[in-house]
Design a protein around this ligand. Structure first.
Ligand code: 5GP
Length: 292
């Protein structure tokens, strides 16, 4: 008698599986290229929550790090005691620490970095502040996951992890977010795992998030430094919002109403910095984080 054969998949299922495999390969190739171009770091690529990346072999990613290549990747894996078949999602805490040491990212005895939450109304200049801090080696800027579509100048894994609704649901169910909220019809969340690692390495971790998420972080970690960014005046903010893009009058009114609601939350924060000048806000942020 013949052994029982596995159930046959329908042609539709087969086509779906083939498409999923193509998408996964594309996502992996994309991360490797971004890594090779220095757009993402090895450690931020490790935290990319997409299943295609989490299932990728550590060795494959390591090889793509500029200046590493296949031979050094072999040696690093061996010294760190990590098997060549280990996948990114299966890395344990000690293995991550060993990798960090091997890649000389670890600064022994550096004090733990602060968790800095920055919120404020749309149009107040948060993204300018974030971009400036991205270039500051004392800070690591958290990369949020979102279900909204990328804008033309945004890169997956750099500006956001752009996730499908399904992948976002999976992370919510697995408790992988420090906080998450819905904003303007899309969901946004802060992946929990990288935050501790970067803080342990002595980096101040900056979250640029909306108010609802900020409230959740405060509950989850009362030691977080909560900073609100305010405009010099309401009139100035309203003028900035009205200048933005080619919004319809309805959308402009909605933006203003949202900004007003956001402004009302300012007193929930530890510090309220008025954005007269970006340089000044940056200086204040750095000294607050360092003193925290
Ligand atoms: P945008 O779509 O313009 O990039 O962001 C929209 C809003 O979502 C901004 O107020 C931004 O601060 C907020 N946001 C970005 N990432 C996160 C996140 O991880 N969690 C929460 N709660 N809000 C976020």
């Amino acid at each position: 008698m013949n052994p029982p054969s596995p159930p046959r998949r329908s042609p539709d299922d087969q086509a779906r599986a083939r498409q999923a495999a193509v998408n996964a390969r594309r996502e992996r190739a994309h991360v490797k290229v971004a890594l090779a171009h220095g757009e993402v770091s090895f450690f931020s690529a490790l935290w990319d929550p997409k299943p295609s990346i989490q299932r990728m072999k550590v060795h494959e990613l390591l090889k793509a790090v500029p200046g590493v290549g296949a031979i050094r990747a072999d040696a690093i894996m061996e010294r760190a005691g990590i098997s060549f078949s280990r996948r990114i999602g299966g890395l344990g805490k000690h293995q991550l620490a060993a990798l960090r040491k091997e890649l000389s990212l670890s600064k022994i005895d550096s004090p733990k970095g602060a968790l800095v939450v920055m919120s404020g109304p749309g149009g107040v200049g948060k993204s300018t502040i974030t971009s400036a801090l991205r270039a500051d080696p004392r800070f690591w800027i958290s990369i949020s996951a979102t279900t909204r579509a990328p804008r033309h100048n945004e890169k997956d894994g750099v500006d956001y992890f752009f996730l499908t609704e399904e992948n976002f649901d999976r992370m919510v169910a697995a408790g992988e977010f420090l906080e998450w909220a819905t904003f303007a019809g899309a969901r946004y969340g802060t992946p929990k795992a990288p935050i501790e690692s970067w803080r342990e390495l002595g980096k101040h971790v900056l979250l640029e998030i909306e108010i609802e998420g900020a409230r959740q972080v405060r509950l989850a970690d009362p030691s977080a430094l909560m900073v609100f960014i305010s405009p010099p005046s309401w009139e100035e903010l309203a003028a900035r919002l009205q200048q933005r893009g080619t919004d319809t009058p309805e959308r402009q009114a909605a933006r203003l109403a949202l900004a007003e609601a956001e402004m009302a939350a300012a007193n929930e924060f530890d510090h309220n910095l008025v954005n007269h000048q970006v340089e000044q806000v940056l200086e204040q942020l750095v000294s607050l984080a360092t003193a925290h």
